[in-house]
Design a protein around this ligand. Structure first.
Ligand code: BDR
Ligand code: CA
Length: 365
């Protein structure tokens, strides 16, 4: 009864779950016989959590194309753009490649940080340079492409989807977090029992020797440090794919050309998105290649060998609100103060990543 009350209070007004909805979630939640891939081994069931976003879009396409993955649902969250945009962008990607997967709209802001505006003042620097129109360079477009999606998100929101799906799952599910971790953090807080059905949480986020949002923090974790801390302390198996790894999984003009030459909707879309990122990276950091962060995280679910130098270590998140806000603290000492809680990858196999990118995207229309 109590759980119902908390859950109902989180449900956005006007988006009631119709009677029988839980039944409709059934087939998405491991209640059907295992789907099998070509070699007859069961597919890995995954939930994606995205703030689409250019690299998120490529990650979604890879996950939909991989024969070893069964995507049970895609949760959206604010981050690169407001949640209305990241949801619409996610639907547009699925439509472009003709893929069918339910999309659950998630949180529009952080759990706590947006209530403490002073914490945001740490990030004051404008991105350097201007694009051709005199505007600051954008790594992510507000909306992907020019054609609105004909599809709609599900009526259930992302937090309730996690709870319903993971409580009912008959085998363990891998959760892949590619944006701020707010949706899963709230689900874990409301219903900690869902942990029992989480195989692993794969996190694109953090950085030991590289950061981007601030001097100390990576963007996804900086956006909602408390959410990242809740996930870090959840007791679930964790695999971080941080900036140290993603900056070794880059594409440049040659790969973008090769994506275009696939001559498919997926290849075209991936090339356009990577091109937008590359244009911004050229202006901001004079770079000739660009990391596809979220795409590497999905590749690591398909084949962990794409990550290099993985350490099982202690990862904590700074929520102090000052210069280190959102920093991932990786305790690599021989005698860490707390027990290790996560795998943290310090590198990636760039050649294998690019091979996977072409192999899987070429399976799509
Ligand atoms: C992360 O931040 C976002 O802008 C990207 O989509 C990626 O998830 C990289 O720091
Ligand atoms: Ca992202």
């Amino acid at each position: 009864q109590r759980q119902m009350c908390i859950r109902d209070s989180l449900r956005p007004a006007g988006r009631d779950v119709p009677a029988g909805r839980a039944g409709q979630l059934g087939p998405l939640c491991g209640l059907r016989p295992d789907r099998r891939r070509g070699d007859d081994s069961p597919m890995k069931q995954v939930i994606l959590d995205v703030d689409t976003g250019s690299d998120d879009a490529i990650a979604i396409m890879l996950a939909m194309a991989a024969p070893s993955l069964e995507v049970l649902g895609i949760c959206t969250v604010w981050g690169n753009k407001p949640v209305e945009n990241t949801t619409e962008n996610t639907l547009r990607v699925l439509e472009a490649i003709g893929a069918d997967c339910p999309v659950y709209r998630g949180c529009p802001s952080s759990i706590i940080k947006h209530l403490q505006p002073n914490r945001r003042k740490i990030k004051t620097a404008e991105k350097p340079g201007r694009d051709r129109d005199g505007r600051p360079p954008e790594i992510h477009q507000d909306l992907i492409g020019s054609v609105p999606s004909t599809r709609r998100p599900e009526q259930t929101d992302a937090v309730h989807f996690y709870i319903d799906c993971l409580l009912r799952a008959e085998r363990k599910v891998t959760v892949v977090l590619l944006g701020p971790q707010t949706n899963l953090a709230l689900a874990l807080t409301i219903c900690p029992e869902i942990r029992k059905n989480i195989e692993e949480i794969v996190i694109m986020g953090g950085g030991k020797s590289r950061t981007n949002a601030t001097i100390a923090a990576e963007f996804n974790i900086f956006q909602d440090p408390e959410a990242a801390l809740i996930v870090a302390e959840s007791g679930c198996s964790l695999s971080y794919v941080p900036l140290d790894a993603t900056h070794q999984a880059c594409v440049g003009p040659a790969e973008i050309r090769r994506l275009r030459e696939l001559d498919t909707a997926a290849g075209q879309l991936a090339a356009d998105l990577a091109q937008v990122m590359l244009r911004a990276y050229r202006i901001i950091q004079n770079a000739e290649e660009v990391p596809l962060h979220d795409a590497l995280a999905v590749c690591s679910v398909i084949d962990p060998h794409v990550l290099r130098d993985r350490r099982f270590t202690r990862v904590d998140i700074d929520c102090g609100g000052d210069y280190a806000d959102g920093q991932t603290l990786v305790d690599a000492r021989a005698y860490p103060d707390k027990l290790p809680n996560a795998w943290f990858a310090l590198g990636a196999d760039g050649a294998l990543f690019r091979e996977m990118l072409f192999t899987y995207l070429s399976k799509l229309r």
